[in-house]
Design a protein around this ligand. Structure first.
Ligand SMILES: Cc1cc2nc3c(=O)[nH]c(=O)nc-3n(C[C@H](O)[C@H](O)[C@H](O)COP(=O)(O)OP(=O)(O)OC[C@H]3O[C@@H](n4cnc5c(N)ncnc54)[C@H](O)[C@@H]3O)c2cc1C
Ligand SMILES: *[C@@H]1O[C@H](CO)[C@@H](O)[C@H](O)[C@H]1NC(C)=O
Ligand SMILES: *[C@@H]1O[C@H](CO)[C@@H](O)[C@H](O)[C@H]1NC(C)=O
Ligand SMILES: *[C@@H]1O[C@H](CO)[C@@H](O)[C@H](O)[C@H]1NC(C)=O
Ligand SMILES: *[C@@H]1O[C@H](CO)[C@@H](O)[C@H](O)[C@H]1NC(C)=O
Ligand SMILES: *[C@@H]1O[C@H](CO)[C@@H](O)[C@H](O)[C@H]1NC(C)=O
Ligand SMILES: *[C@@H]1O[C@H](CO)[C@@H](O)[C@H](O)[C@H]1NC(C)=O
Ligand SMILES: *[C@@H]1O[C@H](CO)[C@@H](O)[C@H](O)[C@H]1NC(C)=O
Ligand SMILES: *[C@@H]1O[C@H](CO)[C@@H](O)[C@H](O)[C@H]1NC(C)=O
Ligand SMILES: *[C@@H]1O[C@H](CO)[C@@H](O)[C@H](O)[C@H]1NC(C)=O
Ligand SMILES: *[C@@H]1O[C@H](CO)[C@@H](O)[C@H](O)[C@H]1NC(C)=O
Length: 762
């Protein structure tokens, strides 16, 4: 569908130019923009240009921002607004990120847009700050950046775009628009200022003022106290490693950039209906779906373009909590583990002892909202699947189904409720939150500490004891970026760091850069949703109001005893099927069924209270790999998507989808509504939006293996360093059968043992 733009309304130009652009400084990033706030909608538009050229053509870019109250579903502008043939730049918030598009009648691909770090979404506004390169001219039009009398246009819409996840979505016409005077000629700054901001830097001149919070009550740690181990990141990898190292008597400092999550960690963000309890959004499993629909989504890492949790517990504080004990195959040499790792059983047993899984998380032992399980089990039983207790036999993953495994006690639980608590009880362990590590400090191969944004310690540096070690557990994106910022990784990535005015000076000299395949080899499960209806289903209103206005009886039951529907996340049933590929490699299909649906596309009417989703993932055996990295603003992002690159991966996933679809007709009352019967499965997969194929199961960016091919060695030590380690999802060489954090927690148990056993340490 085409977007009808300003074209139809241009005759109004000049009729209401009451406003004019003026200069202002955005306090969040220190950028001096020229622009205006439209007085009706309170949307701010700001622009700043690099210096005018002294000869030849002017630079073709600018930095801009849109700051909009949440009621504005999408907002756009056309800098050439008073002319026919405008290029529209538009954006909207979606799931905590800004989605943007450039249109010239249809999607127009010329501009190169980089979202800058001061972009944010809070409870009242969304704000998009970005660099727009190749943006001042387009086929059919241009702007004159030296003009003293430009007349740009803005437009807002209170009607959401059709598919907010998709930059190419169809959009209804804006609900309001306007024009204003703008002297582009005034809105230029020096190259130094511009380049700093364009690279994500903040502030005006040479002195950057960092205001530290005056509300800090905890005593600042003294930089003179060095420790044996500094661990960066309190996700499952970091917490378990920290607990085991501190248990062995080592002094351990765990640094976490985010803040509290569950009530036990001091978290207080809770639904109004849980007021008066310690139960936060992060404690109550049934609030999982609301992670993606909450305007105040402070828990996402705003400088990573895919979902990642930046708070105590990392991903385990915001994920679906699906918990699968690893299988022997998940640790075999055939999937890339060194032989020394295949004996995983003692470590998996240690994990199971600390964190026993259950397939009935409600404290009363009952299962709730099981209609979806009943319908899907009928479909699967017809196809020869068996009903099993999945974690009782982790190695059996063909033609089986069962209930989800999660944590006990009807709460999120996980490593935060267990391993972190035992660590915190030791006086040789310290957790510091709201402390972001910027890079490791090193002299060649020897790491001496980490540099942080903590302004209360000298140089922001936390030092190591002489034989001390640093362990990166900042997640698949976070640890890769820390390596780049420490001069470790592919040269193209380190060069981006070198170009950053803040991070560049902290790099070691280029003679000390260490070239390793950081960011390559990444894998994530491609996942495809099929949506169905069945008369027996209760879609639970698609989980829409669980945070704000849940069914009263269910909320009351949960508060009283952590039982009932809220004691688990939305998924209900899980299954696996092994499928042979034409390349002779077996791949596994994992399916997860839940009441409700994220999106429906059908030409037929359907009953939304009866809908449910089966998500089909391709898991173990995947060959496709991608690459992750950073951009010039040092935001972390996928550089090469890892989904269905390998044609046999794609053929096998299509086969798995077709197997499921073939069974639908045999289940009375079951109807597939997405895709409906006007779209075949092959077309459905071919046209599937890649960004919604993401399963958030990223692994492999710091892959374990042999020198020359991998980033970390058999002891999880970064090659060509003496004392730098990585223990998080990024070292995992291949995706396991199931959602990966169960495997990762066993990996962390084993890594801690190997690090402790390695000579030369503290
Ligand atoms: C929405 C979502 C749903 C998921 N659902 C499931 C599921 O149901 N089951 C499952 O098994 N897996 C699931 N996963 C995946 C699982 O959560 C991850 O595999 C797991 O959390 C990875 O753990 P990690 O230790 O590698 O890193 P993370 O959990 O990402 O933790 C990294 C930590 O490091 C911190 N950090 C990062 N950079 C810095 C820095 N520079 N300085 C200081 N601290 C830093 C972060 O704030 C974070 O706390 C899901 C993931 C997401 C995002
Ligand atoms: C814009 O801001 C003004 C002043 O704060 C306020 O009165 C008005 O309601 C706001 N309008 C919208 C649409 O938010
Ligand atoms: C700039 O945009 C034009 C189209 O407007 C496109 O042809 C060109 O390839 C783009 N240049 C770059 C460097 O992206
Ligand atoms: C939300 O963000 C806007 C724009 O940056 C800011 O003006 C406002 O104060 C913020 N509100 C809250 C509650 O943080
Ligand atoms: C809140 O947590 C404290 C400390 O862990 C505990 O003593 C108390 O019982 C909890 N209160 C509720 C309502 O759960
Ligand atoms: C599978 O078997 C278990 C244990 O017998 C049972 O509780 C559960 O209801 C069965 N699941 C389905 C979907 O029939
Ligand atoms: C350091 O970074 C964290 C996370 O980005 C932030 O919450 C904290 O306020 C920062 N600290 C300082 C002193 O700027
Ligand atoms: C760096 O290490 C070398 C030897 O490896 C040593 O000679 C030098 O003094 C160290 N430099 C600093 C600044 O510590
Ligand atoms: C939709 O489904 C619900 C639940 O089965 C049922 O109560 C309702 O009558 C249905 N609505 C229509 C319009 O068929
Ligand atoms: C397609 O589905 C619709 C709605 O379920 C149904 O009415 C129609 O008969 C189906 N057509 C075919 C060819 O199966
Ligand atoms: C990781 O990727 C690099 C670059 O593609 C490749 O050379 C290397 O063999 C891969 N490593 C492993 C262990 O697969």
């Amino acid at each position: 569908m085409l977007l009808r733009l300003f074209l139809g309304v241009l005759p109004f130009v000049g009729s209401a130019l009451s406003q004019a652009a003026a200069q202002y400084t955005d306090p969040d990033n220190g950028i001096t923009f020229w622009g205006l706030t439209d007085v009706v909608h309170n949307v701010t538009y700001g622009y700043v240009f690099p210096p005018l050229a002294t000869s030849g053509p002017n630079p073709n870019e600018y930095i801009a921002e849109i700051v909009a109250p949440l009621v504005n579903q999408w907002v756009g502008f056309a800098l050439s607004g008073s002319m026919i043939d405008s290029l529209l730049v538009a954006a909207w918030p979606n799931n905590g990120k800004i989605v943007f598009t450039t249109r010239y009648a249809t999607v127009y691909p010329g501009p190169v847009i980089t979202t800058l770090p001061s972009t944010s979404i809070n409870s009242t506004h969304w704000k998009w700050v970005f660099r727009c390169q190749n943006c001042t001219s387009w086929t059919g039009g241009s702007i004159d950046v030296s003009s003293a009398n430009a007349v740009p246009a803005w437009c807002v819409s209170t009607i959401a775009v059709d598919n907010p996840a998709d930059p190419g979505t169809s959009m209804v016409q804006h609900t309001d628009f306007g024009f204003y005077f703008f002297q582009f000629s005034l809105a230029h700054v020096t190259a130094a200022q511009y380049n700093n901001w364009a690279a994500g830097g903040t502030g005006g001149g040479s002195t950057t003022t960092i205001t530290s919070s005056s509300t800090t009550t905890t005593a600042p740690p003294t930089a003179t106290v060095s420790v044996d181990y500094i661990i960066v990141g309190s996700g499952p990898g970091g917490i378990i490693t920290a607990d085991r190292l501190s248990q062995a008597g080592k002094s351990v400092l765990l640094l976490e950039r985010g803040g509290p999550s569950t009530g036990q960690t001091g978290g207080t963000y809770q639904p109004a209906w849980a007021k008066g309890t310690n139960l936060t959004k992060f404690d109550i499993p049934g609030l999982f779906e609301s992670m993606f629909t909450d305007a105040n989504d402070f828990w996402w890492c705003k400088d990573i373009t895919v979902f990642a949790g930046c708070l105590v517990g990392g991903g385990t504080s915001i994920n679906g909590a699906l918990y699968w004990l690893p299988s022997d195959n998940d640790f075999s040499t055939s999937v890339g583990w060194p032989a020394a790792w295949t004996n995983h059983q003692p470590y998996t047993a240690a994990l199971k002892a600390r964190l026993p899984p259950t397939d009935a998380p409600s404290t009363d032992g009952k299962r709730y909202l099981e209609q979806t399980s009943v319908v899907v089990s009928q479909l699967l039983t017809n196809q020869g699947y068996r009903n099993v207790t999945i974690n009782d036999s982790p190695n059996a993953k063909d033609h089986i189904y069962g209930s989800l495994h999660l944590f006990i006690g009807g709460k999120r639980g996980g490593p935060v409720a267990t391993y972190l608590q035992t660590a915190l009880a030791r006086k040789n362990f310290q957790l510091k939150i709201y402390t972001e590590v910027l890079n490791v400090v090193r002299n060649g191969s020897q790491i001496t500490g980490v540099k942080t944004n903590d302004t209360s310690v000298a140089g922001g540096i936390y030092p190591l004891n002489p034989n001390g070690r640093v362990i990166l557990s900042a997640g698949s994106y976070g640890s890769a970026r820390l390596l780049f910022r420490s001069g470790i990784g592919p040269t193209d990535m380190i060069n981006l760091v070198a170009g950053d005015p803040v991070a560049g000076p902290n790099l070691p000299p280029s003679s000390q850069w260490i070239n390793l395949p950081v960011g390559y080899n990444v894998s994530d499960n491609p996942s495809i949703n099929l949506v169905f209806t069945h008369p027996s289903i209760n879609s639970y209103d698609n989980w829409a109001d669980v945070f704000t206005d849940p069914p009263q009886a269910d909320a009351a039951q949960y508060l009283a005893s952590q039982s009932g529907i809220f004691a688990q996340a939305s998924p209900r049933l899980n299954f696996w099927e092994a499928l042979g590929g034409s390349d002779g490699v077996t791949r596994w299909l994992q399916g997860t069924a839940r009441p409700g649906a994220a999106s429906v596309t059908t030409v037929y009417p359907y009953n939304a209270t009866q809908m449910f989703t089966i998500t089909l993932y391709l898991s173990a055996g995947i060959k496709s790999r991608g690459r992750l990295g950073i951009n010039a603003a040092l935001n972390a992002l996928p550089l090469v998507n890892p989904w269905l690159v390998d044609p046999v991966d794609k053929a096998v996933l299509i086969q798995g989808l077709q197997n499921i679809v073939a069974g639908v007709a045999l289940v009375p009352g079951m109807t597939m509504i997405t895709p409906d019967n006007t779209t075949n499965i092959v077309d459905y997969v071919n046209n599937y939006d890649p960004s919604t194929m993401d399963s958030n199961h990223w692994i492999g960016s710091n892959i374990i293996g042999t020198a020359g091919k991998a980033v970390v060695d058999v002891n999880t030590k970064v090659f060509n360093t003496n004392n730098l380690f990585v223990v998080d999802a990024s070292i995992i060489p291949s995706l396991p059968y199931g959602n990966p954090h169960g495997l990762l927690m066993s990996v962390a148990e084993q890594a801690a043992a190997k690090i402790l056993a390695l000579s030369g340490g503290p």
